[in-house]
Design a protein around this ligand. Structure first.
Ligand code: ZN
Length: 405
């Protein structure tokens, strides 16, 4: 039987290994000394982890045409290391209001295995994290891949993530998660580096890498599901804001808004234009509850009330987006989330409002399109969080966390 001492030493080494991989993932190439500085680990710890990683094929030393490692002659500049793009894997976890999705992909973006699990709306963070750990094991087994090849885990949560405390903010629609440092909790359970981002930012990232935003540089992604949130890619870079809460467009005032919002304000865009708000209004007129799926089906069949409610929501969203178009002059607005399935029923009225309320130049340059990744957008964005950390799309990570021995 293993003593608890050797168990905790092993988990410490796994954590440190994750930090070394992380430092390389974010930098692309780095020397052992740079890795030591970035991680706060000692040179000898870094050297020992690096040789293990080279042995397992995850890391390579960069060599010139003659096969000499850069910097070998004369001992400087130092030998640069990089991750072998053919060897690593990424894990993505997407927590929704009522679902959990997990996938594993290789570094060429091919998804090797993927699974989905229903979650109780009122689940606690603990229940959610435990369920995710099981699904991670499941997809790794299904893909027949080695856990040691996982370079990192991207995780999406449907709420603002405070950048300094890394905790879920109070306006989250996951009440059981408020104040939880989800990345640290998941790192402890998986013993892999975990990066957390809010769902709208992940949707933006996914559409930018794989979908409607490909080849664009200034993209607004707006997610219309239970809540309303936006992800902003400015100059090809995800914009998180000073505290990590950029993009909370759902809590700007709507022209027709009167109801009290879950954030405490009155008349927020979310109270009139989220999929939930629209379905509730339609349900009230029909005298029975209407789900988002029924709302979308009725609208597609030409039900006048359903189509009207979606169009009205689109016009309100367009007013809020017109202001944003004036401010940041995007080339593309991508509609994601449940309501993206309404297609032109929602994109047309949004574009109409932008044309009406934004300055001509800004309105002429922007196209409004439905996202193409559907309900997988956030999951793919979680994978992109790992796969694209080194290429400048993401803001530099904060200072490394000390690991106490
Ligand atoms: Zn609000």
């Amino acid at each position: 039987m293993e003593s608890s001492d050797s168990g905790s030493l092993r988990s410490l080494r796994e954590l440190n290994r994750g930090r070394v991989i992380d430092a390389l993932r974010e930098r692309g190439r780095a020397s052992r000394a740079e890795i030591a500085r970035a991680t706060g680990l000692s040179r000898s710890t870094v050297s020992s982890i690096v040789s293990d990683l080279i042995d397992t094929g995850l890391l390579t030393e960069q060599r010139d045409a003659l096969g000499v490692a850069y910097g070998e002659a004369g001992g400087r500049p130092p030998v640069l290391l990089s991750l072998d793009p053919s060897a690593g894997l990424a894990v993505g976890i997407d927590f929704g209001h009522t679902h959990l999705r997990v996938a594993v992909s290789d570094l060429s973006h091919e998804v090797l295995a993927e699974t989905r699990h229903e979650l109780d709306v009122d689940h606690s963070a603990d229940q959610g994290l435990e369920a995710a750990v099981e699904l991670v094991d499941q997809v790794l087994t299904e893909a027949k891949v080695d856990r040691n090849a996982v370079l990192g885990v991207g995780m999406g949560l449907p709420g603002p993530i405070n950048r300094s405390t890394r905790t879920v903010g109070s306006s989250s629609i996951l009440p059981g998660w408020v104040g939880v440092d989800a990345a640290a909790e998941m790192e402890r359970r998986l013993r892999l580096p975990v990066h957390v981002e809010n769902d709208a930012n992940l949707g933006a990232l996914a559409e930018y890498v794989w979908g409607s935003g490909k080849g664009r540089s200034d993209v607004i992604y707006i997610k219309l599901s239970s809540g309303v949130g936006a992800g902003l890619l400015l100059g090809g870079r995800l914009h998180e804001g000073a505290g990590g809460t950029a993009g909370e467009i759902g809590h700007t005032p709507a022209q027709q808004g009167t109801a009290i919002c879950r954030c405490g304000s009155r008349g927020c865009l979310e109270t009139v234009a989220s999929a939930r708000a629209i379905a509730e209004q339609l349900g009230a007129s029909r005298g029975e509850p209407v789900s988002t799926q029924e709302l979308l089906r009725l609208a597609a069949e030409g039900d006048p009330a359903a189509a009207r409610l979606i169009a009205e929501a689109g016009r309100e969203i367009g007013v809020a987006l017109a202001g944003l178009c004036n401010l940041i002059n995007p080339d593309c607005v991508i509609i994601g989330g449940d309501l993206s399935a309404a297609g032109e029923l929602i994109t047309e009225p949004i574009f109409e409002s932008i044309r009406r309320y934004a300055i001509t130049n800004a309105a002429e340059q922007v196209t409004v399109v439905a996202g193409v990744l559907g309900e997988r957008a956030e999951l793919l964005g979680a994978l992109a969080l790992v796969l694209h950390a080194g290429d400048g799309v993401l803001a530099p990570a904060g200072s490394p966390q000390e690991v106490a021995a």
